[in-house]
Design a protein around this ligand. Structure first.
Ligand SMILES: [Zn+2]
Length: 313
């Protein structure tokens, strides 16, 4: 099945907006509904856990759902959050690690089984087009059966994939404008953070990254920054007993941001609220919310929220 890549639309948009230091928003000055953020999954890492889902967020504006990252269980988490799946309109992937993309295809497929009949645009790094095509191939039997047997619209033509390889303007519609920055998450290249500017406030999702100057620029003056966070003393307990403890610890430490540095990034960006998410460790009772908050406040003087699944911000 063919998946259309609309690079031209992205390039035209990027060219039109290049050089604009500030985008006036909303362009019409109309009053619009407020932008809501719901954390769908706040634990870092792909291993399924009892107490927190894998990373995912949804931003809701005027009943339109913009999903950022698709960790395991994202469709069910949207149901728990009370978001009708047919409201899905855009999917943004920060990078291709399985805790962020394992349910990318499943989200679209399951939204379709729940009644989705309208266009979905998917944005993220290559090979997003190939992944989408292969997902549809893998599920071709079910899709064809339900299309014929249940009278559903064909799924593949609804999905429009846009591969992103550099930071900058991503898309804009009547609700929001979305921009991105390349962040540093070796060895995964590219990896993005995304910024959503609506009429009432601005929200930035860091994705996975080490402390990033590009992200500080992207998040300048934002109302909310959702940032990847490690509680470093908890890492030793996390890896204790696994055969590859040394390399696993080294990997975690070199690809992410300590909670203290997340506070430093938030302070440098001048954001109002820092939301700690992609928490590692995710379910260590010895690491309390107050410990996360105290560590973030070493460098950050705004509001700190420790991310919880289904928390609305
Ligand atoms: Zn990652």
């Amino acid at each position: 099945m063919q998946v259309r890549i609309d690079r031209r639309m992205f390039l035209v948009g990027a060219a039109a907006l290049a050089g604009a230091a500030l985008w006036p928003w909303p362009a019409t000055g109309q009053q619009r509904d407020s932008m809501k953020l719901i954390l769908l999954g706040t634990g870092g890492g792909p291993r399924p856990r009892k107490t927190s889902s894998a990373p995912a967020q949804v931003i809701l504006i005027n009943d339109t759902a913009y999903v950022v990252d698709c960790g395991d269980g994202v469709a069910r988490q949207l149901v728990f959050a009370g978001v009708p799946l047919p409201r899905l309109r855009h999917v943004f992937l920060t990078h291709h690690h399985s805790d962020h993309n394992a349910d990318y295809g499943n989200l679209i497929l399951l939204a379709w089984t729940a009644g989705l009949r309208t266009r979905v645009d998917a944005w993220g790094p290559p090979p997003l087009e190939k992944m989408t095509q292969q997902f549809f191939e893998m599920n071709a039997y079910d899709i064809a059966t339900r299309t014929a047997d249940e009278g559903r619209v064909p799924l593949a033509p609804l999905v429009h994939v846009h591969e992103l390889s550099q930071g900058g303007p991503v898309m804009q519609d009547q609700n929001v404008k979305v921009s991105s920055a390349l962040v540093n998450h070796p060895p995964v290249i590219p990896a993005f953070g995304y910024r959503f500017d609506a009429s009432d406030r601005s929200i930035v999702i860091s994705g996975d990254t080490t402390p990033s100057d590009n992200l500080i620029k992207l998040a300048q003056g934002a109302d909310v920054l959702v940032h990847d966070a490690l509680y470093v003393p908890g890492i030793n307990r996390l890896v204790a007993g696994v055969p590859n403890a040394t390399s696993l610890k080294q990997s975690i430490m070199s690809h992410h941001t300590s909670v203290e540095d997340a506070g430093r990034v938030a302070q440098a960006a001048g954001v109002k609220t820092l939301v700690l998410s992609h928490l590692v460790p995710a379910e260590d009772p010895a690491v309390t919310d107050q410990m996360w908050i105290d560590a973030a406040r070493v460098h950050f003087r705004g509001t700190v929220i420790v991310g919880k699944d289904l928390l609305e911000i």
